[in-house]
Design a binder for this molecule. Structure first.
Ligand code: ADP
Ligand code: MG
Length: 697
């Protein structure tokens, strides 16, 4: 990748003499920001552009070319790529648009280009991109306006427009970047290539990315997991909602994956997820400028009550903690703060505070070693010298190994102070909540890098026993497994199930109930009925011969009335399970990431509450552990108001068994066990009802 960032010579094919044209702007950017290598404009109609000798064709350029920047019309790009091959130029940036993003013809052209580039041994960024900037080699091979300051943020983006916006936002505050990479259609070099390159790049401290869609979700997870252990990897993903997804596919022709899949993938690979551009920027500032907090304890210093409370509320909704300060520290604060100040966290040093009080209070608080981070809020009162306060905070932060973040609120009166803060590497946020969420992201990242590797269970289940079942259903081109097949598959993976007997007639049902023992449950058996209770097809707690006979009659007539076309085979008579809590566990398949395991609490309420969590397979023990705890209703399993704790470990085992099953049988498209009845701790779980949908690999 070095040729893309630090080439010794660049040829701009399609360089133009007309200002305002992309081919002109790129050449101008390369020349004007101090790039020190050789620059060769290529344009058949020019002899000189911007003071550089121009060549009719790439083949005429003398000497070695490390990087080709291609700006010619799309129909001519392939020819230039071939010339690159002939000249042994292995790196190119294809700025030209008119490919996949423009329709079918463009997509064909793009495929042809990919093929030709492979043949010619040329790796390329783009097409349909803005270009590449490397501040450290002073190379601006883009048509963006302006050159960002040198710094530690490496940014890649699928959207060129977003590059422009980020660039423009960075310029006035002199926010430092190492590299800017506009990836465009990503038809050769992709996000993962760039992530790996930035992970290795000494100039880059923080990696920032904007993604609309991915082509290989699994590869992304693998690379992101590796990279995020080295450097913070902050990603904004758009195209999550269905309308956003539509915009994304018309934008660069990428198919956006679903929200659940992406959010699981990000979690499992340590990606710090930004939900808005603002968040992306906020996080980048924090990570690029401050050390990570070693723990969740934060102290808030403020000169006014309201913002302090807002910040405290934000902490409350995060994993950060506001612990009371050490007694000695409080005593010292008392020695110089007015008695009406607040010494509890948030520490309110009052509206008449000057810069000196900010300085002293911050220094004092940092003496409390249990405090992992400090957040300084300032409302511009008439008393406070904002710039003096900013300078004092910047010097304290400079000497501290703990993160210091600021929120100087307002605009006009804090502007110069904010600039001093930023210059002193103290990120400033317009609102306290933003500072808190940035600090929270840092804390999460700290937890991610310090946690030990994932552990995977030994394979469970007897794949062989289930294999025949899946094979048979596959041969018969069936989408669903029958009830008895479901039973046998679950059995093969160690799931307990209620005792059950199939009955075709009322008499058989009575005999079955007698064999199983009262009370029993009866359910309709029909290939057309998917949700049995919705069709009046389930009766529970049947205690006698009479009740079984009535239930048989009720169930069969009811289903026949609502679904006259349904084939009714009979009923399943089941052992009635008492007590236990209902959860749902299952498998789904995402087009990008493959199988995911689902967990949710609530049985029949699951669709209403939507309190579910996902993880992409294969599940580690940690994944299984965390995904349960992520749901809001998880505490119900722990037991509320004196209830006994449910067998959480058994659920964990079930999730891992499903993950194994999904790995063993790629043809599973969907499976759910609903309910999985969870008994009290030590007593296990029972798969009461399940269905499987399968399809070609
Ligand atoms: P469906 O989901 O197709 O409507 P289920 O088999 O899940 O059918 O039954 C519906 C509900 O009936 C379950 O969510 C559960 O509450 C209850 N139920 C079903 N079978 C049993 C059983 N064997 N023991 C106890 N309750 C059961
Ligand atoms: Mg069910």
């Amino acid at each position: 990748m070095n040729n893309f960032f630090n080439p010794k010579s660049i040829a701009v094919i399609g360089a133009s003499r007309s200002p305002g044209k992309v081919g002109y702007d790129i050449l101008r950017n390369i020349v004007q920001y101090g790039y020190e290598g050789a620059v060769y404009p290529v344009n058949p109609g020019a002899t000189e552009i911007l003071g550089r000798k121009s060549y009719p064709s790439l083949l005429d350029v003398p000497g070695q070319v490390d990087l080709a920047v291609i700006v010619v019309p799309s129909k001519n790009v392939i020819e230039v790529i071939e010339q690159c091959g002939a000249r042994k130029i292995s790196s190119a940036i294809v700025i030209s648009a008119g490919f996949k993003e423009s329709g079918l013809e463009g997509a064909k052209l793009e495929n042809e280009m990919i093929r030709k580039a492979k043949e010619a041994g040329v790796r390329f960024i783009g097409p349909n991109c803005l270009g590449v900037i490397d501040t450290h080699s002073k190379m601006n091979a883009s048509f963006g306006a302006g050159m960002p300051a040198k710094g530690g943020i490496g940014f890649f983006s699928q959207s060129g427009a977003l590059c422009l916006a980020v660039l423009d936002r960075a310029l006035p505050d002199e926010i430092g970047f190492s590299k800017f990479i506009s990836l465009g259609n990503k038809s050769d070099i992709t996000d993962t290539d760039i992530m790996l390159a930035l992970a290795e790049d000494d100039d880059t401290k923080v990696i920032l990315g904007y993604i609309e869609g991915l082509t290989d979700g699994r590869r992304f997870m693998e690379v992101a997991g590796q990279v995020s252990k080295k450097k913070p990897l902050i990603i904004l993903k758009s195209g999550i909602t269905s309308s956003g997804a539509k915009a994304a596919s018309s934008h660069t022709g990428a198919l956006a994956g679903r929200e659940a899949a992406f959010s699981s993938a990000f979690k499992q690979s340590g990606v710090i997820r930004a939900h808005t551009l603002n968040e992306l920027f906020n996080y980048a500032l924090a990570f690029a400028n401050q050390p990570l907090p070693r723990g969740p304890n934060v102290a808030i210093i403020t000169n006014s009550g309201g913002p302090g409370i807002l910040a405290a509320d934000a902490c409350d909704g995060s994993d950060l903690q506001l612990i009371p300060l050490h007694k000695d520290v409080v005593d010292e604060l008392r020695s110089f703060l007015p008695p009406v100040a607040s010494f509890y966290n948030p520490i309110d040093i009052l509206g008449d505070s000057g810069a000196d009080r900010y300085e002293r209070a911050t220094n004092t608080i940092l003496r409390d070693e249990r405090i992992n981070a400090v957040l300084i809020l300032l409302t511009p009162t008439a008393v406070v010298d904002v710039e003096a306060a900013a300078s004092a905070i910047a010097s304290i932060s400079h000497l501290s190994d703990r993160p210091v973040l600021a929120s100087f609120m307002g605009k006009q009166s804090v502007e110069r102070g904010v600039r001093l803060l930023m210059k002193g590497n103290v990120p400033n946020y317009s609102y306290p909540e933003e500072a808190v969420s940035s600090l929270n992201a840092m804390y999460h990242y700290r937890v991610w890098i310090s946690r030990p590797g994932k552990t995977y269970p030994e394979p469970v289940g007897s794949k062989n026993n289930a294999a025949q079942i899946f094979a048979k259903a596959g041969e018969e081109n069936r989408e669903r497994l029958t009830d008895s097949e479901v039973h046998d598959v679950l059995d093969a993976y160690g799931f307990s199930q209620p005792k059950g007997l199939f009955a075709r007639t009322s008499d058989e049902a009575v005999a079955a109930a007698k064999g199983i023992g009262y009370p029993v449950v009866m359910k309709i058996v029909s290939p057309q009925v998917v949700h049995k209770s919705d069709m009046g097809g389930v009766r529970v707690n049947l205690r006698s011969k009479k009740e079984v006979e009535n239930a048989f009659f009720d169930i069969t007539t009811h289903v026949r009335n609502i679904m006259p076309a349904a084939h009714i085979y009979g009923v399943m008579v089941q052992e009635m399970i008492h007590g236990g809590k209902e959860v749902i566990v299952g498998i789904t398949k995402d087009s990008q990431f493959g199988h995911m395991i689902m967990f949710g609490l609530g049985g029949i309420y699951v669709e209403v509450l939507k309190d579910i969590s996902f993880r992409i397979t294969p599940l580690s023990r940690e994944d299984a552990h965390e995904m349960m705890r992520e749901t809001k209703t998880f505490p119900l399993l722990r037991g509320v108001r004196g209830e006994a704790e449910a067998d959480i470990e058994a659920i964990e085992k079930s999730l891992l068994a499903l993950s194994q099953m999904a790995t063993d049988f790629p043809e599973i498209i969907e499976a759910d066990i609903n309910p999985l009845l969870v008994r009290t701790r030590g007593e296990g779980v029972i798969a009461v009802d399940a269905r499987f949908t399968i399809g070609g690999e």
